[in-house]
Design a binder for this molecule. Structure first.
Ligand SMILES: Cc1cc2nc3c(=O)[nH]c(=O)nc-3n(C[C@H](O)[C@H](O)[C@H](O)COP(=O)(O)OP(=O)(O)OC[C@H]3O[C@@H](n4cnc5c(N)ncnc54)[C@H](O)[C@@H]3O)c2cc1C
Length: 463
């Protein structure tokens, strides 16, 4: 969709050429370097990009009003985020306030359990563990790191307006005045990392493809709530009568969330607090695990989060993280995708040197490539998540268990089961989510290796 936008849209093509001409004039005779990039939104995507650009010597300003709630979703990470943490030099500081995460377990309605642990050895240099993070601390740390590297933060919401001089969107005069570092000059690139606010897309009327689910998520932190982790720190996803729940172990507390179709809220009260408590009480497995629970935070609500933008960049701007798209929280791809999109921008566009900022058309070609890759990632996550929602993953597991019991530990079925589990772990962990081999093997297995077990619909997560 995105790749051909500039080719198929004459107005955008024209705007890119105008911007190119302006950039050329602006570079001529310049004495002092002004701010190159302004990032709007200091979440994981925005702060990661700011820090990476600072490491390259690209001058960056970040706008964010710093009004972060005490509680934020995005607490369970994937191993693929660790590499970036190391590049930013923050892993030790993250480990100090987080819980070590060895994997994830899935409990189905019939009581069966699928446990996935990140492999014994690192895969292709990728660490074999992750962390569960208190989100506000994590975001604060990313921001502090970016500041240490020289990024300027402006503590206010950026005011945006439709652009002029070839830019599709721009900072309003009052935002330009908010940071003396701009010296009255508009930055060459604006980055939308405003998360689900999608500030740029909304102003420009860029549409989005929505997911099929109509879920609402409620969550809070609890003490004395059993995590039912098979190993300390393991995240546990439980299929509910309608919807599903997460349990994410954090230092000293457990994050518990329920995700259900809006139509299933009837009878669970009117407030977010009532609904979360009532849903927990109505689910035998959660009610038992939480019989002594004490809620120690407010309850947060999230809706309408499955959404991918129809376009991720235009003349003078680019979007990343949730501002571009988010598929679904079940497999925790959000922070990885947010931070990876920053990494892609950095390594595929800005690695070409600072001069790229004066070549908007070349930059746009780089963006096209990145968004092709990001769409492929979203598609791969969507495919993976579907196996859990529609019950095929649980049916495959049941069939595997049955075969292994029948033929024993040393027989071929057990060897196949081990290979398949290791491939699924690679798909789930972000290490090889887009791997054609793993995806085809899974597709083949759910189609041809499942018999004599309940049909997938029996395990499906009901809306
Ligand atoms: C129910 C649910 C559960 C989830 N669980 C997980 C999980 O376990 N693991 C995981 O990895 N992901 C999870 N996610 C997804 C994850 O939270 C997001 O993908 C991630 O936060 C995206 O990061 P981001 O930087 O793109 O956006 P955000 O984290 O949303 O950051 C955007 C920032 O921009 C700021 N902002 C907005 N508008 C403006 C403006 N006009 N000017 C200045 N600043 C602005 C905001 O205040 C915010 O600080 C979950 C999502 C949901 C809905």
């Amino acid at each position: 969709m995105n790749g051909g936008i500039r080719r198929s849209n004459p107005e955008l093509r024209e705007a890119y050429s105008t911007l190119h001409a302006k950039a050329f004039v602006a570079t001529e005779g310049r004495v002092k370097r002004n701010i190159d990039v302004a990032i709007v939104g200091a979440g994981p995507a925005g702060c990661t990009l700011a820090a990476l650009l600072a490491q390259r010597g690209i001058r960056t300003v970040v706008f964010d009003d710093d009004k972060r709630p005490d509680l934020l979703v995005g607490e369970s990470l994937l191993p693929t985020v660790i590499g970036l943490m190391r590049r930013l030099g923050i892993e030790e500081r993250v480990a100090a306030f987080s819980t070590y995460k060895p994997g994830v377990g899935f409990l189905s309605r019939d009581g069966s359990r699928l446990d996935f642990f990140f492999p014994q050895k690192a895969i292709k240099g990728m660490p074999n563990y992750a962390y569960n993070i208190p989100r506000p601390e994590f975001d604060n740390l990313l921001r502090a790191r970016a500041e240490e590297l020289g990024v300027v933060f402006v503590k206010q919401r950026a005011k945006l307006e439709i652009g002029s001089e070839g830019r599709e969107i721009q900072l309003a005069a009052e935002s330009l005045e908010a940071a003396p570092e701009f010296a009255g000059q508009h930055p060459k690139l604006l980055v939308d990392s405003t998360g689900r606010a999608r500030a740029f897309a909304r102003l420009l009327g860029v549409g989005a493809t929505r997911g099929t689910r109509n879920d609402v998520a409620y969550f809070a932190h609890f003490e004395d709530f059993e995590d039912e982790s098979a190993r300390d720190g393991q995240v546990v996803i439980t299929t509910l009568k309608r919807g599903w729940s997460w349990r994410i172990p954090l230092p000293g507390r457990l994050s518990v969330g329920v995700v259900i179709d809006k139509s299933a809220l009837k009878g669970h009260g009117e407030t977010a607090e009532d609904r979360l408590e009532s849903i927990i009480d109505s689910e035998p497995s959660l009610a038992a695990a939480g019989k002594n629970r004490r809620r120690v935070t407010q309850v947060m609500t999230y809706t309408n989060y499955q959404l991918i933008s129809e376009r991720g960049h235009g003349p003078g701007w680019v979007a990343m993280g949730d501002a571009y798209g988010f598929v679904d929280p079940m497999l925790s791809p959000g922070l990885f995708m947010a931070m990876h999109s920053a990494d892609l921008l950095d390594s595929k566009v800005f690695a070409q040197g600072q001069g790229i900022l004066d070549q908007p058309e070349k930059m746009a070609k780089g963006f096209d490539k990145i968004f092709r890759e990001l769409r492929d990632w979203h598609e791969a996550w969507g495919e993976m998540i579907e196996y859990f929602y529609d019950g095929r993953m649980y049916a495959l597991h049941a069939a595997g268990e049955q075969l292994c019991q029948k033929y024993g530990e040393r027989a071929l079925p057990r060897m196949m089961e081990r290979h398949l589990t290791s491939q699924i772990t690679r798909l789930l962990s972000g290490v090889a989510t887009r791997s054609p081999y793993g995806r085809n093997l899974l597709k083949f297995s759910v189609k041809h290796l499942v018999w004599d077990v309940a049909p997938p619909e029996e395990y499906a997560i009901r809306a």
